[in-house]
Structure formats: C-alpha cells, structure tokens
Design a protein around this ligand. Structure first.
Ligand SMILES: [Zn+2]
Length: 1033
C-alpha cells in the first residue's frame, strides 16, 4: 500500500480495467477486460516477513545484469522490501523490482498510451492484443489461460494515459507460463482483423439469419462503453477530466465514446500498437520472492533482443494554466429512482500540481482528505449538512491518477435553483479554511492512518503498490522515492513544524489563488437515452449510406467469418498449462482456539498480524421485531457515526480515526454449510487497530454499545440520504447483482432476507424514508434497534492477533463484554417454516437502461452435500466453455456465466447485455450442452483449476479463521471439500446437470433493464423496477 494510493482515489474513475470485477468491491473503476467470475476481492498474499537480509548491497548503482544497468536500489524497511530500478541499455526499457518475502509474485508490463481522439483505440487495442500472438496463435489465449492457471490476479487495464497487463500467482510454474503468454501477447500480437471486429467495432446485419436485415454496429468495447455512458455518475466523473484538461490526451475519452468508436479502423489500431507497444516506451514491474535475475534474463531473450531503442513520442505535457475559471453545463441521463426535481449535479474542480514529486503528492492527499473526508471536514458541514443534495458529487476528493492532480468538490441530487448557492458555498468554505486552517488533531489522525496501513497486511500488496506507483512513474518520476513512506512523512512533519500555516498556504495555492478551475453542472434530460440512440442511428445512416450490394455482401461474409471463428473449437494445446497435480494437496491450518467468556463464545486466531489486532463479532437479529427488520441496514450505516458517550458525531469520528482503522457494522444473512433452510441472521461488527490501541478500540465500542447518541436529526439526515443515493447509484452498474438477489429471494429464506436488506426491495424501502420531511419516526426505530441489539447476550466474537498479544487483547475484550448490558439468551441458528418457494417465477423488472441484466436461479443442495463440489466445478465449466462464447463473444454482452452461490443456489447471469430474452435461451442451451457431455477431461481439469484459484486464494492474517467464524466451515470440512473437488468426474458433471438444472420449472428468472415488449406475451410478469417490493414493507 503506497501512501499515494491510500490518500488518493487512485486508480480513479478514468481507468478501464478490462476484466471488470463485477463481483468486486475493489474501490476503483478502471475498464477491465471482462467481468471476473468469482470472489469479491483482489486476492492476497500471506504476511510478508521483513527481509532478513536486505538486498541493497547486491545491486549497486551501475551494476550490469545481462543487458540491464541498475539506476538505483534502496532498502525500504517500513515496507519490508528492497527496490531495484533498472534500465535496459539497448532499448531504454525500464524495470522496477520489489524484492519482498511474499510468495504472491506479481509481474506487469505497462506502456504509456495517450490517445489523441475518442475512438477508444487504446482500449480496443488492449482487448485485441489478448486475442492471439506469434507463439500462441489461439484465438483467445488470455481467457484460455484463466482456466489453465492458479493465478491470484489476471487482468488488463486501460487508463487515460497508460495500458497495463498485470498478473500475480503463488505458483512458480504458473508465473513462468503467464509471463510467456503475457509478453508474447503484448509485443507480438496477431491483431487480426476478425478480432478487431469482435472486440472493437463492426458493421453487420442485425440478424445474421436474415441477411436482408438492417445493418447495425456491434462489438464488445462498443457495448461496454454504451454501458459506461448510460450511468450518470460515470458520465459526470469522466467529463471533469475532459473539461479541466482539454488541450491534450485528457480532453478525449480514452475508453472510447460510442459515437466515435465506429470511426476507428483496423489500420489505426495496428499503427497505435506499433507506435507505443515498444520496449523504449515500456515499464516492467516484478514483485515478490522470486529472483530478479530470472525475470531479466527471460525479458532479454524473449522480447528485448528483438528491438532497438527508438524515440517514442508518448509524453503527456502539462496543461497550460488558465487565468480565468470556466463553466459548463451538460445533459445527463435521468435517474428513475431519484426525485425528479432534485437530479442536478454541481461541482467545482481544480487543477492541482503534478503528482511526480512524492512529497507534493502526499501534501495534496492530506489537504484533500482534510477538506472533504469525515464529519469534521469543512465541506461536510458546508455541503452535506446543508441538506441541498444527497451526497458529494461523483469525483469529489483528489484524483491523482493522471499527470496533474484533480481536486473536485460538489453535490449531487440538488434542485436546479440551488446550484448557484452551492458554488458560492464552495468558494466561501475555501476562504474560511485559508483563514482558519485545520485542527492539528485531524492531521495526526491522517499520520496514524499511514502508520496503521503500513502494518495492516493485505494479500494484494504487490498489485496495490504497482497501481499506486503507476500514475507518477508513467510520467518519469522516480518510483522509489514514492515508496519511501517514512521519509515522506518526516519531510511533511518538518514542513509543518517550519511553518504552522503550511497547510493553509497549500489551500490558498491549490484553491483560492488557482484560476484553473471548472464549474460543471449536469442536468437530467429525459431525452438523454433517446438522443444517444438518435445520434447512433444518424451515424449508422451516414456509415451505411453509400453501401452498395457488393460491400453489403462483404459485410455479410465478414460476419459469417467471425461467427465461424467463434464456433470453432480452439486448439489450445499450444498454451502452457498447470496440471491438477500442481494444486497443493492441503492448505496450512489456521491456529484457532475457541473459548467462552462468561456466555460469549470467542474464537482466538493466532496469526502473524504484524502489530495489528483484528476484532469481529456477530450479533443475532433473530429476535428483533418484524417491523424493525427492514431498518437494520440503516442502523448498520449509522451505528458508529452518530456520536456516543461524551462525544458528538464529530468527536467520535475523530477518536475512531486516531485509534483504529475504522469501526464497521454490516448486516449479515447466510445459510449454514449443512442446510438450506437453517440460517443465521445478524449484524457483523469489525475493526482493527495497532496493538497499542486495543484498549482504546474496545473503549470506543463500549461507548457505542452503552451510550450511543441518537438525537442529531441533521447528521441522521445526511447519513440516510447518502445511503439511499449510494444504493440507487449502484443499480446501473450492478444490475446483475440485483437481478440475482431478486431471483434467489424466491427460493431460500436467507436470500429472501438479503433481498429485503440489500436488494431492490431495500432501495425501494429507503427512498421514501430519505425523502420524508420528518425523520423523527425513523430515528425512533433506530433507538429501538439499538436497545435490542447493542447488548452482549446475542454476540459471538473473534480476535486475530499474534500469540504474544492474545492474552492482553482477550483481557480488553472481556472488559468490554462485562461492561455492556446482557438482556437476552443467545439463539443464533433459525429456520423459517413459513417460507414458500416460488419456483417457476419469471419477472421482468423494467428500468430505463440501455442494456439488460439477466439472472436464472436454481435451488441446489448445501455445502456438505456430495453434489456440491460437482456443481461448483460445473459453474466454471459452463461459464468458460459455453456461456462466455454465447453471451459475450456472440451476444456482445460485457459478461455472463454461471456460478454456484452460497445458500445452495445455482445462478446463471449476464452483465450489460444488449440481448434480453435470448440470453435465457443461451442459459437453457448450456444445460443441454452439459447434459450431452459435450466436453472433455481437459475441460474438466481446467474448470477445476479455475475453481481452485478461488478455493486456495491466499488469506491475510487478519482474515484467517473468518470462514469458520462466519460460516462454521472449519479446516477439516474445507479440506474435505477440496478433496471432493479434485475427485469430480465428467460423469458426475453430466449427472448433476440433469439432476438439478434440467427442470426449468424449478428455476426463478429475473430480467432487469430496458422494457422488452415481448416479455408479457411470453409469460413474464412485468413490473416497474422502481415500485417492486415497496408495498411489502
Ligand atoms: Zn474493456
């Protein structure tokens, strides 16, 4: 975790990661190549031990290693690593190696790729590069490698000014396999015309079975970008860059504007590759415990020896500074779920200094955080509490992902007549801060945060460090300087002590005296989607106007050629692969001891947590009154943000930041591993802190439990509106999750509760609450829930820390438990005998989106059942070997597949799908395909490997034992599951498909998105999405 990344929003909204982590909580929105099929997070390595023997002396400056020369090397003890920066003499390629005792090795190559237009050339190239190369002439090596690897991360990302191909894995053979495929793809891709047409853009008859049908634009990136631009938040955040930095590459849309993409030609794509994908414009990165020399040797012999140094014009110039602020008003899509008269977004964005210097970058991060983050921030009071909007505008805070920093602040969901007042408030707040400065304690809280994050072990350190470094290194900053966290913090402290007004002066320089700023107003336009469609039709008319019969025939032939390509069974034997025998036979066991403190069960997990202690607790909500249940998520949202004890909400927030990494509360509903009707419901608490602050952390929880303050209506209004607005905004990007939740809710009681708590039903429950004039009745509900839940009687807990700290941590936990009330008996596991499945249900939830999200869900057995393992493998098999082709390649959706979800549910889904009901036919065909056994043992092995990417993904010390704590799956059960997975046969896969997925009447289907006029006639129940579920509450 670099400081830069911690304080900025990097990588920011302008980055396209081309495997969208659609099930991800990864806090970034780059364009990814495709939706990842599993798991919610970037996986993570085990704890790194401080390097016993620093390598710095092994890599003196000017030492030559093969064709490389060391530019600089530096031991960085606070990150437990040694950094070596090298240059390849013959080509000028740079290499940064971070040696660290971490088995989760990372490798990446990045190119500086500033586009000059909005045709999406960089983005489409990033997709097409991964469609076959010289040594690996298969159509889709990247997607195929996903199933032949145990990688912990594989992706490709397009930012505004760089393109990156990173991967990580714990397995050394896998590392070499992926390295060969990645390097050959990046430097020697085939870039065939047919792949360009599939991934980028093509013109072909809308219906291939009817050659006379009208011509239409198709292509994966074309659809991907239509999806991006149908979301108001995306449109807004991207326009900020375009208007604030109009003169160069940031003035255009690097992902591609759907109206410009059709102008891109295959020749332009190829010349973009030739111009920028060259070692003289490349930055290589390696991280982990594998030796540097091996990487350098590989690069030399497979890539670099084929090139010579070339002058490459890829520099991004600083934006010429303005002397006058500018103002723009744009139209955006209407949000169907927000009040019609409060849908304007307004913000002021400032161009800040370059991100190249580490200290400047740090200062910008600190100032931005002080200005907008947390309830003590001046803009929190001035904007959020004004009640004029629901939340900060998209892009608020510092974006340091491009050459110069961009700071934005504003509000969304405001009334048009209030925009001027908001802009004046922003300017007045800046004046005020320049005069009064910041509270010293808040600065300390940020420095504490840096210290905590240096110690907090994540499993994706190598990747996150790379993402944090990229924006400055891409513009030739010294990457090592940005890693020297202690030095940066020392310099910062020095600057503060030299000048007590240091930060105020920064605010004056960055904001008050800075004329380079843009006021951007976005107004909803009911015709927005229509107009885009209209423009697309016009463009289509222009592009097809002069088409004669011969050209039309050629387009048809090309379309058939592509279809044929897509239907070919690829010969992937040329690609390297891991074997099932490369999977570890067992995993390291977690060191768990279960004890009881009075009546409270506590799970003690001893792990190398590096001076940090992790606390988790589950409080049952089973006995909560039915009427209060839908309010539980709101309670979770506010529980630690309203004040407690002697502290108002500002003081509480400050205390939390000074002593902990945050106090989190979230709702939880899940079936037990052993059953599909018994389940657990409750509220999960989680927090972590430096070991020296354990007492203070439990002190804070104690204050919240015993003396939560639920009075401040203004603060409550801010939190409620934010929550409602966030959920509404998530709908357009996560429609598939909402569709799956809706389907699942008809089949399992825990899923029913999750729909009530986090599905469309919750959105429709919160909206009227957030818009209500009088919030007192809702706040009363919060008091009732607090009285009921904030006691120790329904609690179970876990602690993760080092063996040396465990006893002290337990004492503090015990003191906390003794100090809070105990009113109730513990009853965790419940069932819901009244629950009725609604099999066969088909619902079309309509929203004015440009695309669809489909879900079809079957009930299947629970984790302990013998068929569970086969179903899990089946999900991967169907996704990789059938649905990917049908839904993404042919259908043009951004993603789609099948997965076994928790609670014994088997889900088919599609994501940003231009097709609607046809996708359900593809789901059905996939079942037939599997029942007919149309696959081989290699396919089964590949499906298993990709399941094991998830099953064996590394766990950070703070998360060890979590699976057992939350789902009661201990190491023995898990090992049994692993063995069952390894033993799955083709025959079993055929059998479980027939047994569980053949009878369509058992399934529940949901189609979310643009209204399909045929749905009702074909037996679907059509419901306006904004109304569904509201009446049930
Ligand atoms: Zn993409």
């Amino acid at each position: 975790m670099s400081v830069m990344r911690m304080l900025g929003r990097a990588p920011a909204s302008s980055i396209l990661q081309c495997r969208t982590q659609i099930f991800s909580s990864l806090n970034q929105r780059p364009y990814v190549l495709f939706p990842s099929h599993h798991s919610s997070q970037i996986p993570s390595p085990p704890a790194a031990k401080p390097a016993a023997d620093p390598l710095q002396h092994d890599y003196p400056v000017d030492r030559r290693i093969g064709g490389f020369t060391v530019l600089r090397s530096q031991s960085i003890p606070e990150l437990a690593l040694t950094a070596v920066h090298l240059e390849h003499s013959a080509t000028g390629a740079q290499h940064l190696h971070l040696a660290r005792a971490d088995r989760n090795n990372v490798f990446a190559v990045a190119f500086r790729t500033p586009p000059r237009d909005s045709t999406g050339v960089a983005h489409i190239l990033e997709h097409t590069v991964l469609c076959g190369s010289r040594r690996f002439p298969v159509r889709d090596p990247f997607f195929n490698m996903l199933n032949r690897s145990l990688s912990t991360f594989m992706n490709a990302l397009t930012s505004s000014d760089w393109t990156m191909y990173p991967f990580s894995t714990l397995n050394r053979k896998d590392f070499q396999n992926l390295l060969s495929v990645y390097m050959d793809a990046a430097f020697f891709p085939n870039l065939r015309n047919v792949d360009f047409r599939q991934e980028g853009i093509r013109l072909e008859p809308a219906d291939l079975t009817d050659p006379a049908s009208a011509l239409a634009f198709k292509g994966v990136v074309f659809n991907e970008m239509k999806g991006v631009f149908s979301n108001a938040e995306n449109v807004y955040a991207r326009r900020i860059h375009n208007y604030l930095l109009p003169s160069g590459t940031y003035g255009v849309e690097s992902g591609g504007d759907p109206l410009d993409i059709p102008s891109l030609t295959w020749e332009q794509l190829r010349s973009f590759h030739k111009a920028y994908y060259h070692p003289s414009n490349a930055r290589f990165y390696s991280y982990g415990d594998m030796p540097l020399e091996g990487h350098l040797d590989f690069l030399e012999t497979t890539v670099l020896k084929h090139f010579h140094k070339e002058p490459i014009d890829s520099q991004v110039k600083p934006e010429p500074r303005w002397t006058q602020p500018r103002e723009f008003t744009i139209a955006g899509p209407v949000n169907p779920l927000a009040p019609a008269d409060k849908q304007v977004t307004v913000s002021v964005s400032y161009l800040w200094p370059e991100v190249l210097n580490a200290l400047d970058n740090f200062c910008m991060g600190v100032v931005a955080k002080l200005l907008v983050s947390g309830p003590k921030a001046p803009f929190y009071a001035a904007l959020l509490q004004s009640g004029l909007g629901s939340d900060y505008s998209p892009g608020t805070g510092l974006d340091n992902s491009i050459r110069e920093g961009v700071f934005s602040v504003g509000l969304k969901n405001v009334a048009e007549q209030d925009t001027q007042q908001i802009v004046s408030t922003i300017r007045a707040t800046i004046d005020h801060v320049v005069k009064t400065g910041f509270d010293a304690e808040r600065v300390e809280a940020i420095i504490h945060e840096v210290e905590l994050y240096l110690r907090h072990q994540t499993t994706s350190f190598g990747l996150h460090t790379l993402f944090g470094l990229m924006s400055s290194w891409n513009h030739d900053a010294d990457p090592i300087q940005h890693l020297q966290v202690n030095q940066i913090v020392d310099q910062f402290r020095q600057a503060m002590s030299n000048d007590p007004e240091f930060l105020q002066k920064k605010v004056k320089e960055y904001l008050l005296d800075n004329a380079h700023n843009v006021t951007l107003v976005m107004k909803p336009d009911t015709a927005y989607e229509e107009q885009l469609k209209e423009k697309e039709s016009q463009l289509l008319a222009e592009k097809t106007a002069g088409i004669d019969a011969a050209t039309r025939q050629r387009l048809l032939e090309e379309a058939r050629e592509l279809e044929e390509e897509q239907n070919k069974k690829p010969d992937v034997s040329v690609l390297p692969t891991l074997k099932i025998s490369d999977i570890e036979s067992s995993l390291p066991r977690v060191n768990i001891k279960e004890i009881n403190y009075e009546n409270t069960p506590i799970m003690c997990v001893s792990a190398p947590t590096n001076g940090v202690t992790y606390f988790r607790s589950l409080i049952s909500t089973e006995a909560l009154h039915e009427e209060l249940r839908p309010y539980v998520p709101l309670f979770c949202q506010i529980a630690t943000k309203m004040g407690a004890g002697e502290m108002d909400y500002r003081q509480l927030s400050q205390a939390i930041e000074l002593k902990t990494g945050g106090l989190a509360v979230s709702e939880h509903a899940s079936h037990l591993f052993s059953s599909t009707d018994k389940y657990e419901q409750g509220v999960l608490l989680g927090s972590f802190c430096l070991d020296r602050n354990i007492g203070a952390m439990f002190g804070l929880w104690k204050d919240i439990f015993n003396r939560i303050r639920l009075q401040d209506l203004q603060q409550f209004a801010v939190l409620l509106k934010q929550m409602s607005a966030d959920m509404i905004a998530s709908l357009a990007d996560s429609g598939h999750s909402y569709a799956m939740s809706y389907s699942a809710s008809q089949l399992r009681p825990a899923a029913r509760l999750r729909e009530e708590w986090s599905g469309l039903q919750q959105i429709n429950f919160l909206r009227p609450l957030a818009e209500a004039g009088d919030l007192r009745p809702t706040l009363d509900k919060m008091r009732l829930i607090a009285k009921h839940l904030l006691t120790n009687g329904r609690m179970r807990c876990s602690l993760n820390t080092t063996p040396a700290t465990m006893k002290g941590a337990l004492d503090e936990l015990g003191e906390f438990l003794s100090a809070v009330e105990d009113n109730y008996e513990l009853q965790h596991v419940v069932s819901d005998p009244g629950f009725q499945k609604r099999s066969g249900q088909r619902t079309h939830l309509t929203f004015p989106f440009a695309v669809h999200y489909a879900s079809r869900c079957f009930p299947v057995p629970a984790f302990v059942h013998a068929d569970y393992a086969a179903l899990r493998v089946l999900g991967r098999l169907l996704s990789a070997k059938f649905l990917h082709k049908e839904i993404r390649e042919k259908g043009g959706a951004y993603g789609g597949g099948a997965r076994l979800a928790q609670d014994g549910l088997f889900n088919f889904y599609s994501y940003r799908d231009p097709k609607s009901l046809e996708t359900f036919e593809a789901f059905e065909r996939s079942v037939e395909w599997a029942m007919n056994g149309s696959f081989g043992t290699q396919d089964v092995d590949e499906a298993k490997l990709s399941v094991f990417q998830e099953v064996d993904k590394p766990v950070s010390p703070g998360d060890e034992g979590r699976r057992q704590f939350i789902y009661a799956v201990d190491d023995d059960l898990y090992q049994r599951h692993r063995e069952q997975l390894l033993a799955v046969t083709k025959e079993q896969l055929v059998e479980v498909t027939g047994k569980y997925l053949a009878d369509g009447e058992k399934a529940v289907s949901t189609l979310l998105g643009a209204a399909d006029a045929e749905a009702a006639g074909r037996g679907w129940t059509v419901v306006a999405g904004g109304e569904e579920g509201a009446e049930k509450m």
